[in-house]
Design a protein around this ligand. Sequence first.
Ligand code: IMP
Ligand code: MG
Length: 430
Amino acid sequence: MTSRYRVEYALKSHRRDEFIEWIKGLLAAPFVLHAGPSTLIRAGDESRNQAEARRRYAEIFFDVERLVEQQIYLQGLGDESQGRLKHLVPSIGRFFTKLPLERAFYVQDEKRSISARRLVSPSFNDIRLILNTAQTMSLVGGREPLKLVTFDGDVTLYEDGMSLTPENPIVERLLFLLQNNIYVGIVTAAGYSEISGEKYEVRLKGLIDAVNDSEILTQTQKESLLVMGGESNFLFRFDSSTGHLKWIDPQEWTLPEIAHWSEEDIQEVLNIGQAVLENEKNKLNLPATILRKERGVGIIPLPGKKICRESLEEIVLTAQRKLETSAVGKKIHFCAFNGGADVWVDIGDKRLGVLSLQKYLNDINGFQTLHVGDQFASVGANDFKARLAACTVWIASPAETVDIIDELLAYLIEANMYSRVRKVSVIGDV
Ligand code: IMP
Ligand code: MG
């Protein structure tokens, strides 16, 4: 039984995604009215109920798909505040692509049997996965195809705090992306300032070795692997002549909006962050230590100890509030986030990280970029900001990352097949 405490906790606005909650509300009506009784059913009733629920869920996704299209049209006119979707879900952001939600619903319904359920209504996770499927579908086959896929590290590519080992099933998927001439960027909060890139190589060893050893990838494809560390602070690129990551001079990729940040202001943000972390450590009596880096400051538990979820949330919300109300916090972009076991205040954020990569790779657009991450709550999460720079999918584990990349690759193959069929039929017509 869900405790009242847990229900209230989940109701906290920073943990909710308004768009998903709103869709969930829309689907609740057909669930209540048409999913049908679970007992005393006659032959055929079960299938009929399922077909009816399926049809009505699909209709809702089709209608939401239309609202997204209208929102995109108004974005183009610079009039997005007039969108019906914006009125219904005020926190909705900008869309980079249309979302084929009806088709995505059918795909996920086959996998998750959503419309077959009688007692459990369409859930947050059902809708999150339908949105992910729709987003990947929309990124292939268009006139401006996908060019860059960026991945968060912890929880997305590997378990929290672990490394990317050779047997991790994501490795071969990343090689497939490279083979399809798609850039692969790892955009992680983990911030290691050494220009040797050695620490990133250690954490990504399984992938670096696989790229090195590949006899299929061309030199250009191998050099399409990049690492953006410390949110948006340190850029490395795979160098096929050495087989190692190569540090890229910030002058080659620093965005104009960051270029004027002063070192003094950066250190001031970190000083405020550090003071909050130290204060919270004492106030909450935590078995933890503070770690200050060049571009970040974190509170991490002592070996063998844990900081409970409630304390992590308290710290991150306090740091966020303190910094956003400070004068320097208005000048420098920062990211305060709960890493699951620790809390960090970093300079920069993943919007800047993804934008810097796009700029460095000759101005790739947001609608040609996909960011895969696990942290999309509106406060205290660090992948959330990437939504401002790229299309995103929200995964909950490394296994889900594998699933969504498999889907993406399947849609890519499908799209290539269709374009070949189209070409053949055009030539045939001539
Ligand atoms: P991500 O999920 O790849 O963005 O990595 C987040 C995790 O990296 C955090 O939870 C930390 O445990 C770890 N980490 C290591 N160094 C840093 C840093 O400088 N800033 C933020 N997180 C860091
Ligand atoms: Mg993560």
